[in-house]
Design a binder for this molecule. Structure first.
Ligand SMILES: *Cc1c(COP(=O)(O)O)cnc(C)c1O
Length: 403
């Protein structure tokens, strides 16, 4: 231990060592070009499938790629049904709606998530209720949620209510952060005990596994995103996946203007949405899905390279999957020992200055003015992650090609 660390409970990190370790992990020398956090990657049938849409004229809301994509997304998520939609936010909104979330319900979700999670609940007139996260998984903390619900929950005919607000809890939304699975077993037990449906925000976790089961198959229904920055992309897009045939049919109906099937009549039996994914985007998605297993291997190999590169760097480690999970490592995360925003920002400053794109995690949702008034539990775990986590370049080509 050096003199400077005598009064410090944490090992100090040297930002220049972080820069050097990242360069070593991604295999670039000092005069490298700008290194982005994540870029989409196309190496398979993308051109062929998209060209096929153009050649045949099937570019828009109907076409064979949509159905094929829906089947394959479901298969990659370990469930029977998939509904392709315009983006992950729309997928989450409809997933919440089909499990019965509506006006005035509260939706339990991590404060540490992307803003789409609370937004999807807000679109339905529901209120996000923020739950703490576990620094060991980066996801919703089931032990804390259990204790919290025991304290503020009140059973009623419509289900568990928040005693303080009188509102019903409509759903629990675990989000598998950067591709690392939430500890689902205890969470499923809590949800079952109180009869609250689980809607997974699996936007970042396509192909990730929890105790042998795929993320996206662990709740009643899940939402996936195929935005340009996710592990695979359709340009923009999302999917609702579930094993429940009725929920899937309802989701398909609502996302296709709630039109009643008929040869010519325009009858619509609900306020539906035009959320369907165009065939062009689905074609891109079909090609990308073929590459997914190889992408995951490369991301996992990149994670290993980060782990080795940071072994000798004091004050920082690389976030690794838990023994129960097999992560897709969508975005790699550094974890600083010292939970201080100043230390984190010094590393962000040095890396971005050196032409390496790094990012902190999201501002906690209840720190955003729009959600400042939303109910929330104590967020010690989320604050700890917020102060310590830094995302580093993670694009597929940075990993090693499997042979
Ligand atoms: C990307 C993302 C979404 C939303 O997906 P879009 O396709 O961008 O609408 C939702 N939740 C999380 C956690 C995400 O990372």
């Amino acid at each position: 231990m050096g003199l400077a660390t005598l009064n410090q409970p944490y090992e100090q990190v040297d930002p220049s060592q972080v820069v050097a370790a990242i360069r070593s992990a991604i295999g670039v020398s000092e005069d490298h070009a700008f290194q982005p956090l994540h870029v989409p990657h196309f190496e398979g049938a993308e051109w062929d499938y998209v060209k096929d849409c153009l050649d045949t004229g099937w570019v828009s809301s109907v076409g064979s790629y949509v159905e094929k994509f829906e089947k394959e997304v479901a298969a990659h998520s370990g469930v029977a049904h998939g509904v392709a939609v315009v983006n992950g936010t729309a997928a989450l909104q409809i997933a919440l709606q089909v499990v019965g979330v509506g006006l005035g319900d509260e939706v339990l979700m991590p404060a540490l998530t992307f803003v789409a999670t609370p937004n999807a609940a807000s679109y339905l007139g529901a209120v996000p209720h923020f739950v703490d996260s576990d620094p060991a998984t980066l996801g919703l903390d089931p032990t804390k949620l259990d204790a919290y619900l025991a304290e503020i929950g009140e059973r009623s005919l419509e289900g568990l209510r928040n005693r303080l607000t009188g509102r019903r809890f409509g759903a629990i939304v675990p989000m598998h952060t950067y591709g690392h699975a939430v500890d689902m077993e205890p969470l499923i037990a809590v949800a079952a005990r109180y009869g609250i449906p689980i809607v997974e925000d699996a936007a970042e976790s396509l192909g990730s596994i929890y105790k042998g089961e795929k993320c996206g198959s662990l709740g009643r229904v899940a939402a996936i995103s195929f935005n340009g920055n996710k592990i695979i992309t359709t340009g923009g897009g999302g999917a609702i996946v579930t094993d429940d045939a009725d929920l899937a049919a309802r989701a398909k109906h609502l996302t296709t203007t709630a039109k009643v099937a008929h040869r010519w009549a325009f009858d619509h039996d609900a306020v539906g949405y035009n959320y369907r994914l165009p065939n062009l985007n689905a074609a891109l998605g079909c090609a990308q899905l073929e590459s997914l297993p190889s992408y995951i291997e490369r991301k996992r190999s990149l994670a290993e390279r980060y782990v080795s590169a940071f072994e000798a760097v004091p004050g920082v480690s690389v976030f690794r999957e838990r023994c129960f999970g097999r992560a897709n490592y969508w975005l790699n995360c550094l974890f600083l020992d010292d939970p201080s925003i100043e230390t984190r920002d010094a590393v962000l400053e040095a890396t971005n200055e050196a032409g390496i794109m790094t990012r902190p995690t999201w501002t906690l949702m209840n720190d955003l003015p729009v959600y400042a008034g939303a109910p929330a539990m104590l967020l010690d775990g989320a604050r700890n992650i917020e102060a310590r986590l830094i995302n580093v370049p993670s694009s597929v080509p940075l990993g090693e090609n499997p042979c």
